[in-house]
Design a protein around this ligand. Structure first.
Ligand code: ADP
Length: 433
């Protein structure tokens, strides 16, 4: 059994360090987010703005009309069902559409409206009478570039001059390597004529070997007065350093992530002696948890697969989100779950990272979250069961404890959140169920 444990640990480690290049891959995660996202992430946080010229007035708009967009584009915006600018768009759009053009570095989490914002900026700036590429947008992968292309098509739906004839000429999206070839080696694009340069997903970009240098080389070919725009979901030091090399004299916009809180979550634990007992305990409470939608987290895909199989054998309808699935398959599973076609989703930590399924009100930690050294992973605990203040919906978390070791881990998690209650607004009270 200890051997089995060791294999399990190895597998979990392999899964989290991304041997296959799929699970922990930032680009794959970002693509998954785009595939499953069909509306804005709510965010009530203040937008932080650092202006290049602090003396110039700061415009922010509450409606798309105020932006004086071309009528075709306004139609495109409304056609997509956008009623008003998102939080980040309120300040980013006036800056991007200003005359003369202003450079911008913007950071906000996935789903807050960044893509829609820069697509609108590119479409506003292209002149359909000029028949050469005027905007470049670099994306970390082909699949991500394709997603941006789809947004341009939708947004430009009522702008046939751009859409039908010239779209591929006027706005070019691609990965840094391809773009570099097109500008340099093949000369498909004259970089000196580019007016808008967008670098999307900067944090994903720098995680990929070579992309950083290639992006900088493209940037150096562009004219001095080209508008430079850079977007990122996160802003670590490395991203920030890169951003400053790409975008000279930037305006900077940041939107903090909505803080997660454990305040509205009731947290319980169940004491068991083995995996089988945990499974039995789960079956006992199964009726109660499926009143709402539940997510069950396991440490490895092997356990997740086993658990989903056992639950199915008991006649329960469950979905399994697993590491070996392709991004599209994963998106399909999440979609079905969100549509309520399945009540219970069994998954691993790595798979579900970054996915917020808002209607889930029961979270079961079949295995407690631990890092690769076996220490409690508090951050993951918070992400699994935390809710943003805005949604503030009540929730239920059930932790399965199967050994002294896991009880110890739970105690340490509890200690962490009660100690840091002041700074994180998160507090853990666990009760024996
Ligand atoms: P990001 O690039 O930050 O991940 P997106 O631009 O892809 O965000 O927007 C996320 C989702 O919200 C998309 O489905 C998009 O169509 C939608 N969306 C974007 N802006 C608005 C808006 N102003 N009003 C309503 N929905 C919007």
């Amino acid at each position: 059994d200890s051997w089995a444990q060791a294999v399990d640990e190895q597998e979990a480690a392999a899964e989290s360090v991304n041997h296959g290049g799929r699970f922990d891959d930032k680009a794959a995660q970002s693509l998954l987010n785009k595939l499953i996202r069909n509306n804005l992430v709510n965010n009530t946080n203040q937008v932080e703005v650092l202006q290049r010229d602090p003396n110039s007035p700061l415009y922010s708009v509450k409606s798309f009309e105020e932006l004086r967009l071309k009528p075709q584009l306004l139609q495109g915006v409304y056609g997509l069902g956008f009623n008003r600018p998102s939080k980040i768009q309120e300040t980013a759009l006036p800056m991007m559409l200003a005359e003369p053009p202003q450079n911008l570095i913007a950071q906000s989490q996935s789903g807050t409206g960044k893509t829609a914002a820069f697509v609108l900026a590119m479409l506003s700036h292209v002149d359909p009478n000029k028949r050469y590429p005027q905007c470049l947008c670099v994306s970390p992968t082909y699949e991500l570039a394709l997603q941006t292309g789809k947004v341009i098509e939708l947004m430009g739906k009522h702008y046939p001059e751009v859409r039908l004839v010239y779209l591929l000429f006027l706005i070019v999206i691609g990965t840094p390597g391809t773009m570099l070839d097109w500008c340099g080696k093949f000369k498909f694009i004259d970089p000196k004529k580019i007016m808008v340069f967008v670098l999307d997903e900067a944090d994903v970009m720098i995680a990929t070997q070579g992309h950083q240098d290639q992006s900088i080389r493209i940037q150096r070919m562009l004219p001095k007065n080209c508008q430079m725009l850079l977007f990122s979901a996160t802003f670590e030091e490395t991203v920030w350093n890169f951003a400053q090399r790409i975008v000279p004299e930037p305006n900077i916009i940041k939107l903090k992530r909505e803080e997660e809180t454990l305040d509205t979550i009731k947290q319980y634990y169940v004491l068991c002696n083995s995996r089988e007992e945990k499974f039995q305990a789960l079956c006992n409470i199964y009726g109660a948890i499926t009143i709402a939608q539940a997510m069950i987290f396991c440490h490895t895909r092997k356990t997740a697969g086993w658990l989903a199989g056992e639950l199915s054998r008991e006649g329960h309808q469950v979905a399994l989100l697993s590491g070996e699935m392709q991004v599209e398959q994963r998106a399909a599973v999440i979609d079905r779950f969100r549509d309520g076609k399945e009540k219970v989703l069994v998954t691993t930590n790595v798979c579900a990272r970054g996915i917020d399924v808002e209607q889930v009100s029961v979270v079961i930690n079949f295995d407690l979250p631990v890092d690769k050294d076996g220490n409690p992973d508090n951050e993951t605990y918070l992400h699994r069961i935390g809710r943003t203040g805005r949604f503030g919906k009540r929730g239920l978390a059930i932790n399965m404890v199967d050994s002294k070791m896991s009880m110890n881990i739970l105690n340490r998690i509890q200690e962490h959140f009660s100690k840091s209650a002041v700074t994180t607004h998160a507090r853990t009270h666990t009760h024996n169920l």
